[in-house]
Write a protein that binds this ligand. Structure first.
Ligand code: MG
Ligand code: ZN
Length: 218
C-alpha cells in the first residue's frame, strides 16, 4: 500500500502544478503541443521542418526534454527561436514541475505556440499531463505498424498521429492498412499525417492543420 500512496502523491502534485502552468499559458494565449514518440522516430527533425515553415507567421518557442544531452536543443536554437532544455537526469518523461521551471526561462508575452518535445518513450509520457492543448504522437515506419496496439494510451490521447519516415516504407514490412485500421479503432478522431523530413513530404499539410487548430483555440 505504501508504494501506491507515493505514486498517488506524485500524480496529485503533478496535476496541481500542471493546472497552474496551464492557467498561466492560457492567460498568455499560448497554444501548447506535447510532442511524443519513441527515441529516433524523428520528433526533432519534424520540429525543424515545422519551425522553418511557421516561424515567419507565428512566434514559436520550444522546450526540449532529454535524458542527458543538449543535442536536440542545439538543433532548434540554430533555427533562431527561443528554446529551453530540460535534462531529466535519467527520468523517462516530463512533468509539471520541470515545465514550471522551464516556463520561467521563457518570455511568455512573446509566444503564440510552444512545442514541448517530450523524452523519447512510448509509455509514461502519455500518463503525465504537462499543460498541453494537444498531444501529438510520432511513429516512424521503421518501428513497425504494431506499435499503436502495443502502446495504445499514447495514440488514444493524441489529437494527431504523424507517420514519419514514409520514404522508407518500401524497405520495411510496415502495413499501412493495419496501421490505419488500428488507429481508427484506438482513436477515430485523430488526424493522421504521413511525413518524410528527408524528402520534405507532408510537412505543408501538417503545418496547415496546426494553424487551423491554433485558430480554433483563440
Ligand atoms: Mg529529439
Ligand atoms: Zn516516465
Amino acid at each position: 500500500m505504501g508504494e501506491i500512496k507515493v505514486v498517488t502523491n506524485i500524480l496529485n502534485s503533478n496535476n496541481k502544478l500542471t493546472a497552474q502552468n496551464r492557467k498561466l499559458l492560457d492567460e498568455k494565449g499560448i497554444y501548447v503541443i506535447n510532442l511524443m514518440s519513441s527515441p529516433g522516430s524523428g520528433k526533432t527533425s519534424i520540429l525543424e521542418k515545422v519551425i522553418l515553415k511557421l516561424k515567419n507567421d507565428l512566434r514559436m518557442a520550444v522546450i526540449e526534454g532529454d535524458l542527458y544531452t543538449t543535442k536536440d536543443a542545439e538543433r532548434i536554437e540554430a533555427q533562431g527561436i527561443p528554446v529551453v532544455q530540460i535534462n531529466t537526469g535519467g527520468a523517462c518523461h516530463l512533468d509539471g514541475n520541470m515545465i514550471k521551471n522551464a516556463l520561467e526561462s521563457l518570455n511568455l508575452d512573446e509566444i503564440d505556440i510552444l512545442i514541448i518535445e517530450n523524452v523519447g518513450n512510448l509509455v509514461c509520457p502519455a500518463e503525465f499531463d504537462i499543460g498541453e492543448d494537444m498531444k501529438i504522437t510520432v511513429l516512424s515506419t521503421a518501428e513497425g505498424n504494431d506499435k499503436p496496439l502495443k502502446y495504445p494510451l499514447m495514440f488514444e490521447k493524441s489529437g494527431a498521429v504523424i507517420l514519419n519516415k514514409i520514404d522508407l516504407i518500401e524497405y520495411t514490412n510496415f502495413s499501412r492498412e493495419e496501421f490505419y485500421n488500428d488507429i481508427k479503432s484506438i482513436n477515430a478522431n485523430a488526424a493522421v499525417f504521413e511525413t518524410s523530413c528527408v524528402k520534405d513530404q507532408g510537412i505543408e499539410e501538417l503545418c496547415v492543420w496546426l494553424k487551423s487548430q491554433i485558430k480554433l483555440k483563440s
